[in-house]
Design a protein around this ligand. Structure first.
Ligand SMILES: C[S@@+](CC[C@H](N)C(=O)[O-])C[C@H]1O[C@@H](n2cnc3c(N)ncnc32)[C@H](O)[C@@H]1O
Length: 292
């Protein structure tokens, strides 16, 4: 017969788990431990924190310990939980695509500034991944329609599932292919093109945190020798897919914004602007394309 002596107080499990994770690359050991325990118990983290008197049965301990081991060996919390909060929603994530980053919310904010609330605007999201950017824009602009493209079929599948779950599937189309070549003749022209392309210089990939280097797909990171291969391609090709007066907004890496802004101006874009993220880093370059 099981007795209370077999049970482990949640506070004790959390203390030991956080101490173990503090010995790893995790920057947030206590938070990670709380998220893993809540997930293993099938409750929200807030719920767990409100009921810290609870104790874990042996089977609950086994499940929580298994998740802890995965985290301790470097797997990102988002992959273990299969979800990440971004903008106003929880997005399903997986190995096929980048885990949405808080920095990328700056791209959504910039996109919204370029997107009319009343008109039925068309939006193109290049390298859509989980669909987090396009789906967030569509959720804020109920009259907008969008297309999300990605070269990885697994990412397209994730984005499609997220769009369905978050109630915008009827306004979002996802296709697999290499940048603009995945578009069909009837697609567009677009009022807004957004992209968070791969922008890490190839030589810097090895120096990334192990969690990123080992678990994020290289296709989502590697931007070529100076990180700007995809950015250059998008800057050159986007005008043929924009309405006159349409906008392009690109997320960029640390210290890339001035260079990208100058590339945009050289290509003939107007009203080139740079937006900072919450850490004060220049994160998004936006511009307008006007043929007049
Ligand atoms: C930095 S991730 C951004 C993912 C998502 N938009 C986000 O912000 O979280 C870049 C995305 O571009 C996609 N990608 C890379 N090369 C591509 C190509 N040639 N054509 C289309 N998508 C590409 C990757 O698969 C990846 O999903």
């Amino acid at each position: 017969m099981k007795s209370d002596a077999d049970r482990v107080p949640a506070t004790e499990w959390l203390r030991e788990a956080a101490a173990q994770l503090a010995q790893t690359d995790s920057d947030t050991p206590r938070l990670d431990a709380e998220l893993l325990l809540a997930h293993s118990l099938g409750v929200e983290r807030g719920h767990l924190l409100l009921d810290m008197q609870r104790s874990l049965t042996p089977p609950q301990c086994v499940v929580a310990d298994r998740l802890l081991l995965r985290r301790a060996t470097g797997e990102p919390v988002a992959h273990i939980l299969e979800t990440r909060a971004f903008w106003a929603h929880d997005f399903k994530v997986g190995p096929a695509s980048l885990i949405p980053r808080a920095d990328t919310e700056t791209l959504v904010e910039t996109g919204l500034r370029h997107c009319s609330e009343s008109r039925s605007v068309r939006i193109l999201d290049l390298g859509t991944g989980t669909g987090c950017v396009l789906i967030s824009l569509l959720s804020e602009r109920p009259h907008a329609l969008g297309i999300g493209l990605d070269v990885v079929q697994g990412a397209v599948d994730l984005a499609t599932e997220n769009a369905r779950k978050l109630g915008v599937r009827n306004r979002a189309t996802f296709r697999c292919g290499d940048w603009f070549s995945a578009l069909e003749p009837q697609d567009g022209p677009f009022d807004l093109i957004v992209s968070n392309p791969p922008y890490i210089p190839s030589a810097d990939i090895e120096g990334l945190m192990s969690e990123v280097r080992n678990y994020e797909p290289r296709l989502a990171l590697d931007g070529g020798p100076d990180g700007l291969d995809a950015v250059r391609h998008i800057l050159k090709t986007a005008p043929s897919r924009l309405v006159p007066g349409g906008s392009l907004a690109l997320e960029v890496g640390v210290a890339q914004a001035a260079k990208v802004a100058s590339l945009a101006a050289c290509e003939g874009y107007q009203c080139v602007e740079i937006a900072k993220d919450l850490c004060g880093i220049e994160r998004v370059v936006s511009a307008r394309w006007d043929t007049s």
